[in-house]
Design a protein around this ligand. Structure first.
Ligand SMILES: [Zn+2]
Ligand SMILES: [Zn+2]
Length: 287
């Protein structure tokens, strides 16, 4: 995913969705790509509240600065690499592509300079309601999943649910996850009636299929890693053994193919390659 800066995204929101002021920003979890934009909304000078689970606020407060610094360092490295690539690029079109990427990364880096997190102003443990005559928003915590504090946002009038990165059309990221609890959390969310899923990344999805695919993949991958660990394999051996081709959950319902498709499309925007997460599984025990 390209690191657009928040101002670009806020302008896009105004252009494509609504020109009305944004009164609430919901942070589904603590990761920077879902929270660093808070500052831009605060800077707008209009009244705005940021809502998250209590745990997400704690994680933003504890880890926000360190993570933003790491992301800034990575962006600077990427800018340097793109400058080198631009020199070698054979066509004007490729040179222009590099220049555009550099411009966007520089805007992103400028935004992260001297970063301090704009913390949530409203927090809750289990549920919070934003009532609205046309679109009620039910914010709910159903257990740990992609992070310790993921929340889901349900709009009954639209039969839609926003799932953050706990359920999305890209390969699930296990970096700060609770893989042994994640499937149970999605099972609880799956009990809710909805027709549309708005994941943190990837396309809008219909029905419960994507949620089932994600939970089955996490469950299978975690089970395989657990058994491999029990049989004494080290991480390198596990990576060799637990390949994308060997996972039934990826072969079912076209899940693996749809991920490859989504991630390949993402590559055009500088995203990670298909199944980047599979070989990089960091095994975590039950916590
Ligand atoms: Zn995330
Ligand atoms: Zn994300």
């Amino acid at each position: 995913m390209r690191k657009y800066n928040s101002k670009i995204q806020i302008d896009q929101l105004k252009r494509e969705i609504t020109n009305k002021p944004v009164r609430y920003v919901i942070n589904t979890h603590f990761h920077g790509d879902h929270t660093q934009g808070n500052r831009a909304y605060r800077a707008s000078g209009r009244p705005v509240d940021f809502i998250s689970s209590t745990t997400t606020k704690e994680l933003m407060s504890d880890l926000g600065v360190t993570r933003a610094k790491a992301s800034l360092d990575a962006a600077r490295e990427e800018i340097e690499a793109l400058h080198k690539e631009a020199v070698k690029a054979p066509t004007a079109k490729e040179k222009a592509f590099c220049a555009d990427q550099i411009r966007q990364l520089e805007a992103y880096a400028a935004e992260l300079k001297d970063y301090s997190p704009e913390l949530p102003t409203i927090t809750f443990d289990n549920s919070y309601l934003l009532p609205d005559s046309a679109f009620d928003l039910h914010l709910e915590f159903h257990g740990r999943a992609h992070s310790a504090g993921d929340i889901f946002v349900l709009c009954p009038q639209r039969s839609s649910i926003a799932t953050g990165d706990a359920c999305m059309g890209w390969v699930p990221n296990l970096g700060n996850a609770y893989p042994k609890e994640w499937p149970r959390t999605l099972d609880a969310v799956g009990q809710i009636g909805f027709d549309h899923v708005l994941g943190g990344h990837g396309a809008l999805e219909s029905g419960h299929g994507v949620m089932r695919n994600v939970r089955n993949y996490i469950e299978e991958l975690t089970g395989r890693a657990e058994r491999a660990k029990e049989s004494g394999l080290n991480v390198a051996e596990m990576q060799k053994q637990i390949t994308a081709d060997s996972l039934k959950s990826l072969a079912s319902n076209g899940y693996g193919a749809s991920l490859t498709c989504a991630m390949t499309a993402g590559l055009a925007h500088g995203g990670p390659g298909p199944f980047a997460g599979v070989g990089e599984l960091e095994y975590r025990g039950h916590r």
